[in-house]
Design a protein around this ligand. Structure first.
Ligand SMILES: Cc1cc2nc3c(=O)[nH]c(=O)nc-3n(C[C@H](O)[C@H](O)[C@H](O)COP(=O)(O)OP(=O)(O)OC[C@H]3O[C@@H](n4cnc5c(N)ncnc54)[C@H](O)[C@@H]3O)c2cc1C
Length: 297
């Protein structure tokens, strides 16, 4: 198996997943493979499916809670899919490109449209999957075309309109057998100075309102509505600062759980379940998770 995986990209063995997610938690995975080309990824998936080996596609790990269990399969990292090409106002970006890099690069090219993405530490693939959004703009708003690997292991390019999207969701969340390889975005001609002013203001605002000094995976729950954000609901119940082990409900933003240094995945999950139960019992609201559990039985 190891020899076969080595033919499909850069291979690491017995890897701590703590280094591959923004919460800094998780167990060991048997293999981590970073394919270098579409063809290597295609070959890898063909092999894994044939041998019935479980696998997981990892973006930047900024919306995940890995369990502490041993992952006896292959984590596939698309970090080598990191090319960006700009043609007039169209931007072609690989699935592994990080959104802040894409935002800064397009601003430098005097393009506008990605200012909202400056504070989102996700990859293009992960942001399409989640339809990541900020300041009332979302990934799908600018998305024109997606190149992907289909469940039949074919590489196809399709218009973004072929895929549904919504608040923190897309077709890909319900169809996990598709792998996003690259995307084309449509931006507009802009003004570098104005865009930089916007992103600097937003950076400052995030620093003041979010606990960015600690590992986290951003907002834990979706907002039931714009008027009734999860953070406010949790704060009003007096839950800010509640701690289980090394996990804490941030005192800065109640919809963030932070790792105070030695949190385990179980600490985080127990705290999430505590919030969910309190909100259900006291407010009769069934909060829906934004973050995703990976590797839990
Ligand atoms: C400090 C902080 C602030 C944040 N702020 C925001 C915010 O303002 N708005 C917002 O929407 N989110 C926010 N997030 C959450 C997160 O950044 C987004 O959800 C982002 O879209 C996750 O991307 P990722 O690459 O990290 O995906 P991952 O967490 O690695 O993966 C998420 C899911 O996407 C799938 N996936 C990843 N790549 C692919 C691919 N190429 N093909 C198919 N499936 C794929 C994975 O299998 C997994 O199921 C924040 C997170 C943090 C830590």
């Amino acid at each position: 198996m190891k020899e076969k995986l080595m033919e499909c990209g850069d291979l690491l063995e017995e890897v701590s997943l703590k280094c591959y997610n923004t919460f800094r938690v998780g167990g060991i995975c048997k293999y981590l493979v970073s394919p270098r080309t579409d063809l290597e990824l295609q070959k890898l998936i063909r092999y894994l499916k044939k041998e019935k080996i479980s696998y997981f596609i990892l973006g930047n790990g900024s919306n995940l809670i890995f369990s502490e269990s041993y992952y006896d399969g292959v984590v596939i990292l698309l970090k080598n899919f990191n090319q960006i090409m700009i043609k007039d106002t169209r931007v072609i970006a690989g699935a592994g490109v990080l959104m802040p890099r894409l935002a800064m690069l397009t601003i430098q090219e005097n393009l506008t449209g990605f200012e909202w993405a400056i504070g989102i530490p996700g990859s293009v693939g992960g942001c399409i999957y989640n339809n990541a959004e900020a300041y009332k703009e979302s990934t799908f708003d600018h998305l024109v075309e997606i190149t992907l690997l289909t469940p039949d292991n074919e590489i196809k390019t399709m218009p973004s309109s072929a895929f549904s999207s919504g608040y923190r969701t897309s077709f890909f969340k319900e169809n996990k057998d598709y792998i996003i390889l690259k995307a084309v975005f449509q931006l507009e001609c802009g003004n570098q100075k104005e865009s930089l002013e916007i992103v600097n203001k937003r950076r400052e605002k995030r620093l003041l309102s979010q606990p960015l000094e600690y590992p986290s995976a951003g907002s834990v729950f979706r907002n039931p509505s714009q008027e009734n954000p999860s953070g406010k609901i949790i704060e009003n119940l007096g839950l800010k600062g509640t701690r289980i082990g090394g996990a804490e409900i941030s005192t800065k933003h109640a919809n963030f759980i932070i790792n105070k240094g030695n949190a385990t995945s179980n600490d985080i999950r127990n705290l999430i379940e505590l919030i969910h139960k309190e909100v259900k019992e006291k407010e009769n609201i069934d909060l829906v998770m934004e973050q995703e559990y990976v590797g839990w039985d």
